[in-house]
Structures are given as structure tokens and as C-alpha cells.
Design a protein around this ligand. Structure first.
Ligand SMILES: NC(=O)c1ccc[n+]([C@@H]2O[C@H](COP(=O)([O-])OP(=O)(O)OC[C@H]3O[C@@H](n4cnc5c(N)ncnc54)[C@H](O)[C@@H]3O)[C@@H](O)[C@H]2O)c1
Ligand SMILES: [Zn+2]
Ligand SMILES: [Zn+2]
Length: 383
């Protein structure tokens, strides 16, 4: 089959790989129909995630048709068109039972902090992902969800990660009616977090980034007040002034590849001495009000990082963070898409043949051609 193949930082290509097979009775094999590239893939692509092995296929946001199921799979069958949450979860461990599907204790034999994730290095289980024609889906009774007849595939593929992650970012913020919410990052996740902040009763939503075209999109779509941090002398001073006492809630939707601080860029992205450049998190902690909440969905590497922990303590800030628990949120979010409350597919700016995966990474990582969200389409799903 055709599959994306990681060759080292900034080098990916399309290759032929063996088509995956059922390895366990609870597996399914899915023929991919849509597969996105995510900001999380850029951390892998940029070489920031340890144990990202050459030969690995990325891709944790995909839909597909079930080709085959193992003898132990009962909730989906051959021919079903499913969306597959990015978390690989067993459904039975102590954490899955609490609906913490991103923290499954069984699906990642390589580490205990994060559960398994498709196509996300050996620190997240070493599973090949969906930027391919076929994927092996473990615990197939737990994650894969049949796509309702009325749903557009472009909406479905964004329900595997972007929509639940944005929603959970707002949810973890504990937003109260009347709150001012600042979202750092106007990528797909930040845009969705800002959109969802209104659903929890925010009265003012501010989005910070440096990509003008993304800020323009966020201004219309979320809608939000938007600011380019490169044209602000100091984003923290600006935010403190405009919110008077600080924001009630700050959301970090940037993660390890943040720009904006030369020191953080050198330490976290060039020398790899910390788990990424923690610039956006820094700004979030320093611009939230005393007693406020910082919600982190931006992804960071497993090693420590230079965050202003003294300010967290002295301001009495609550920090909440996690990988999104996609399966927990799906029923509510499917309803929001059905009722028109959320329109995820508007984020998709690029539809690129799977064969051109290296161009797709280049366009998305360099923010070329006003790219917000690219989706890869394998040959069998193109008409
Ligand atoms: N926790 C989860 O479950 C989960 C799921 C999906 C994605 N993520 C993470 O969310 C983050 C965003 O994902 P995405 O797909 O939107 O990524 P993206 O790369 O498309 O967007 C990130 C945006 O942040 C902007 N940015 C850079 N430095 C900034 C700064 N200092 N302040 C404000 N904005 C800044 C960039 O210009 C870019 O537009 C990534 O870290 C990704 O790994 C987490
Ligand atoms: Zn993702
Ligand atoms: Zn589990």
C-alpha cells in the first residue's frame, strides 16, 4: 500500500509498505478515505518528539471503511464507514473507565504518561498512523465510530481530533458566563477552542497568533478579537491592559513549536534542552488573572521546560491540561455538527492527494498558500 514514510526531521515521502494485517482478535483493518495533517504532526516532523523512528507512518486523524475485523470485534463490521479517534484506548482500564481515553493505561506499552496514539512515535506506542491507504486499528470496539449518513466526511475527519480538542480546551478552562478568554494559537485547534469558548458563555474572546491570514479567518469564524503578537511590543503587557485585571481564562493551543522568544526557540527548538519552546504557555500564565485558569492543549515533549512556576503559585493559577478524550466528547459534538452549532469542515483549506504527502507537509509547516488544515485523500477515495 501507499504510506507516508518518515525519514528524519523535515523529510517525509510516500512509499510502498506492506498492507497491515489483523494481529489481535480486537483489531480492525480500515481503508482510509480522509487523513489530516495536524499541528501535532509538525512536532514529529520538526524532530521534537523523542523516539520518532525512521520508517514510521504518521497520521492520527482519519476516517475509513472497515475492510476486516478480528474475531473479537462486535460493534463495527466490514463495510462500515468510521471515524477513528486519535487516542488508542482499551476501554477497560481504570482510566478508560473514567472516560480518560487519552490516558489509557494499556494501549501504550512504551510509556506510562500518555496512552497510545496513532502515528505518534514510540513514546505514544509506536503505532503506524492513517496517512496511508490502510491502518490497523487496535481495540476496534472502543474507538471507531460509525459516521452518520447525513455527515460530511470532512466534518467527520475533524471530529477525530480538532473539534474535541478545541472543545476540551474551552471545557478545561472552566469558562463562566461573562468571562474573557484568550486563546494563544490560531491554528485549527486554537480556532476551534475560540469558537467553543462562546458555547460556555464567554463574553469576550481574544485570539493571538502571528499569521495574518489565520487571524483574519479566526476573526470571522470564531468570531474573535484578534491580535498579531509580532506587532505588539509585549503581548503580556497588552493583554493585561486590555483585560484590566488579566484574562479569566487563557488557552495554550500552540505547544512546543511556539515562536516569539529567541531564548525559548534556542533552548527548546534548536538545542532541545527543554520539552519545546514554551513561549505561549509563558504568556498564558503571565496574562491570566490571579485565581484564573490556564488550559493547555498544546503538546510538549516529555522532558522539563522553563515555565514561570513561581507566578503560577503566587497568582493562585489553576492549570488544566490533557490530550483530548475524543470518545467521551463525540456524542455531544456530533449533535453540535448536526444542529449547525459547529461547522468544522470550514477549516479545511487544502485537499491533497496522499501521493503528494511531502508537499502537504511543506505547505502546512511553512504556512504557505494560506493553509489552515490540509486533508490527504488516498487514490481509492478520489472519484
Ligand atoms: N491535547 C490534544 O489532545 C491535542 C490535539 C491536537 C493538537 N494538539 C496540539 O495543539 C497545538 C495546536 O495544533 P494546531 O493543529 O492548531 O497547530 P498549528 O501548528 O496549525 O497552529 C499553531 C499556531 O500557533 C501559532 N503560534 C506560534 N507561536 C505562537 C505564540 N507564541 N503565541 C500565539 N500563537 C503562536 C502559529 O503561528 C500557528 O498558527 C499543537 O501543539 C498540537 O500538538 C493537542
Ligand atoms: Zn491532531
Ligand atoms: Zn484503557
Amino acid at each position: 500500500m501507499l504510506a507516508m514514510n518518515y525519514r528524519g526531521p523535515h523529510r517525509v515521502r510516500i512509499d510502498r509498505k506492506p498492507t497491515p494485517e489483523i494481529l489481535h482478535p480486537e483489531d480492525a483493518i480500515v481503508r482510509v478515505t480522509r487523513s489530516c495533517i495536524c499541528g501535532s504532526d509538525l512536532h514529529l516532523y520538526n524532530g521534537l518528539v523523542p523516539d520518532t523512528r525512521v520508517g514510521m507512518t504518521f497520521g492520527h486523524e482519519f476516517t475509513g471503511v472497515v475492510e476486516e475485523v478480528g474475531a473479537g470485534v462486535h460493534t463495527i463490521k466490514r463495510g462500515d464507514h468510521v471515524l477513528v479517534p486519535f487516542n488508542i484506548a482499551c476501554g477497560r482500564c481504570a482510566f478508560c473507565r473514567e472516560e480518560l481515553y487519552g490516558n489509557c493505561h494499556e494501549s501504550n506499552p512504551q510509556a506510562t504518561a500518555v496512552g497510545g496514539i496513532f502515528g505518534y512515535s514510540h513514546t505514544a506506542g509506536g503505532y503506524d498512523g492513517g496517512q496511508a491507504e490502510y491502518v490497523r486499528v487496535p481495540y476496534a470496539d472502543v474507538g471507531p465510530t460509525v459516521i452518520p449518513d447525513w455527515m460530511d466526511l470532512d466534518d467527520a475527519v475533524l471530529l477525530t481530533d480538532v473539534v474535541p480538542t478545541g472543545y476540551q480546551a474551552a471545557e478545561m478552562g472552566g469558562i463562566q458566563p461573562g468571562d474573557t478568554v484568550v486563546v494563544f494559537g490560531a491554528g485549527p485547534v486554537g480556532i476551534m477552542a475560540a469558537r467553543c469558548a462562546w458555547l460556555f458563555g464567554a463574553a469576550r474572546v481574544i485570539v493571538i497568533d502571528r499569521e495574518e491570514y489565520r487571524l483574519a479567518f479566526a476573526a470571522q469564524y470564531c468570531p474573535a478579537e484578534t491580535y498579531n503578537f509580532e506587532s505588539l511590543k509585549d503581548p503580556v503587557v497588552f493583554l493585561k491592559q486590555t483585560t484590566v485585571i488579566g484574562a479569566d481564562v487563557c488557552i495554550d493551543a500552540v505547544g512546543a513549536d511556539a515562536a516569539g522568544s529567541r531564548m525559548q526557540t534556542i533552548l527548546g527548538r534548536k538545542l532541545l534542552l527543554e520539552g519545546g519552546a514554551v513561549t505561549a504557555l509563558h504568556w498564558a500564565i503571565n496574562s491570566v488573572k490571579k485565581g484564573g485558569i490556564v488550559s493547555i492543549v498544546g503538546v510538549y515533549g516529555p522532558i522539563g521546560a522553563l515555565v514561570p512556576i513561581g507566578n503560577v503559585v503566587n497568582k493562585g493559577i489553576t492549570i488544566r491540561a490533557n490530550q483530548a478524550s475524543v470518545k467521551r466528547l463525540l456524542p455531544r459534538l456530533i449533535e453540535h455538527v448536526q444542529n449547525g452549532v459547529l461547522n468544522p469542515k470550514a477549516l479545511i483549506t487544502h485537499r491533497i492527494p496522499l501521493e503528494h504527502v511531502s508537499d502537504a507537509y511543506r505547505i502546512f509547516s511553512s504556512k504557505l498558500d494560506e493553509c489552515i488544515k490540509p486533508v490527504l485523500v488516498p487514490p481509492s477515495a478520489r472519484s
